[in-house]
Design a protein around this ligand. Structure first.
Ligand SMILES: N[C@@H](CCC(=O)N[C@@H](CS)C(=O)NCC(=O)O)C(=O)O
Length: 207
């Protein structure tokens, strides 16, 4: 019988969502038991730190007790388990997929930090930081709009999934941000990928 895995997860976490999208795409979702786990930048989770000292989600625990993090490592493990469908073997396609994953993950990294900075009390808020995140957002969206045609024309990879998660996180946590109007090709690509069953099954929830 196939082994079960436990995933420390939150329906708010875009990185945990990335892992679950990969699991759905590979037909592995039913083998993963999701455990709702609380994390906060200002309050490390002592129990989680016994498994991941970084106190970050997602964390995958295999049935033999092996602990795997962070999300790229978990996705690589699941892809191996599921027939290597999302991380290409061919060197050039592989590099592109992994670079796109790094771009999606890096985009998310600063979106999380930006939100944290934005929500601090005004005297502690750093305008320099806020401006820096805004500049990165603009550059990332411009760069992605330039890649949108190729994203639409190529088979789904881990890169597509990471980028889709980052754009959806913009919608989830930056609701007033109209990134679509100035980036219509990217908006079209995102609208199409957002319809996939794996994306629909993992919509973020502010629980
Ligand atoms: N590089 C990590 C990033 C994970 C990450 O930042 N997770 C967020 C939740 S979406 C987290 O756990 N934040 C809590 C904290 O930073 O203390 C990955 O890809 O898994």
């Amino acid at each position: 019988m196939d082994a079960f895995m436990k995933l420390h997860w939150s329906p708010r976490s875009p990185f945990a969502r990335k892992v679950m999208i990969v699991a759905y795409e590979l037909g592995l979702a039913a083998r993963i038991a999701r455990v709702r786990t609380q994390v906060a930048m200002t309050a490390p989770n002592a129990a989680l730190m016994t498994e991941n000292p970084l106190s970050k989600l997602p964390v995958l625990v295999l049935d033999d007790g092996t602990v795997i993090y962070d999300s790229p490592v978990i996705c690589d493990y699941l892809d191996g388990l599921g027939g290597s469908k999302l991380i290409p073997q061919e060197p050039s396609a592989r590099l592109t997929a992994l670079r796109r994953q790094a771009l999606g993950d890096g985009f998310l990294d600063f979106l999380l930090l930006w939100r944290y900075e934005r929500d601090r009390p005004p005297p502690q808020r750093s305008q320099i930081q806020l401006d820096s995140y805004a500049a990165r957002r603009a550059a990332t969206l411009k760069s992605l709009d330039g890649e949108a045609a190729d994203l639409a024309a190529t088979p789904m990879t881990i890169g597509h999934i990471a980028l889709a998660c980052a754009l959806s996180y913009l919608d989830f946590r930056y609701a007033g941000d109209d990134w679509r109007t100035p980036h219509p090709k990217l908006a079209d690509w995102h609208a199409e990928i957002a319809e996939r069953p794996s994306m629909r099954a993992t919509e973020p929830v502010d629980d």
